[in-house]
Ligand binder design. Sequence first.
Ligand code: IPM
Ligand code: MG
Length: 357
Amino acid sequence: MDFNIALLRGDGIGPEIVDSAVVILEKTAVRFGHRFVFTPYLIGGCAIDATGKPLPQETVDGCLASDSVLLGAVGGPKWDDQPGDNRPEKALLGIRSALGLYTNLRPAKLYPALRAASPLKDGIVGEGFDLMIVRELTGGIYFGERGYRQGRFGEEAFDTEAYSVTEIERIGRVAFDTAMKRSRRLCSIDKANVLESSRLWRKTMHALAEEYPEVEYRDMFVDNAAMQLVRDPRQFDVIVTSNMFGDILSDEASQITGSIGMLASASLGASTRGMYEPIHGSAPDIAGQDRANPIATILSGAMMLRYSFGLAEEADCIEAAVDSVLNAGYRTADLMGAEEGAPLSCSEMTQKIAEAL
Ligand code: IPM
Ligand code: MG
């Protein structure tokens, strides 16, 4: 089959890791007789440099015209003093919203081969864990009313967390459906003891739970969830939460898997077009040095094949290649201690995975 893929390489290590994923996708296409056509577009700091804006209209149009989008990362110190509305990160929010990608799937699993890289003790991770964070992606405080006003102590800045029943229901359905396909355990995370928006979130989730009697559902406050994730991650299977809580908890979940360099994500909306990106950032400190871990982006490419193109066998094949390379002991720098020998570079790791395909 033929597919058009928009490439948003972005900034920092973005270009290196996206190019690694392209190598793997190309090889997969050849092996299974597909054709992927890649078209690059600017986003983030590089777009500011070239056009003055972090999200040029051409990029939005190109993504809308594609079958799916693969993104690296955006941002870096060079653009830190851009006004809030012109920051590279704003482009990420803009493209998520323009493509209607209200669901963000962030799987976090501990690879047995990376057991030693997890900061958690053996007794806590046991045989490992495998969880799926379902993060709401186009609502909440990231998109609420914001600004400056006169407050009790003079001028103040404010951001607003707001959720409608419609938004909660649509992300809730994705989470319940996801739970049905996995171990049927769902935990919804909120701050309903304090926030009104969380109380509506919880009420709406409870109503949905009635429709999914086979799902073992529970709620948890976000502060407790942050603690439970490091105390006993195996108690979780599918987690559903708001945009900001999902941002924070997915970084925590990634760290207990050993490295944030391993975690892929899929952003999905009502159509099959999605955007796929590693959950880590642009790592400007190691950009251009061929030291980044390309695995999160390669696995994001696999998620694209699975969720947008319905190519499950091809996706399995990429994931198996990653497994086998890790099992064979190959590591990038983020996955090993200083005394463990020489790490593979980004391009060497890509090569190993390509050979294993
Ligand atoms: C993420 C990132 C983004 C977010 C930033 C860069 C806007 O942290 O994808 O997790 O907060 O969503
Ligand atoms: Mg984040």
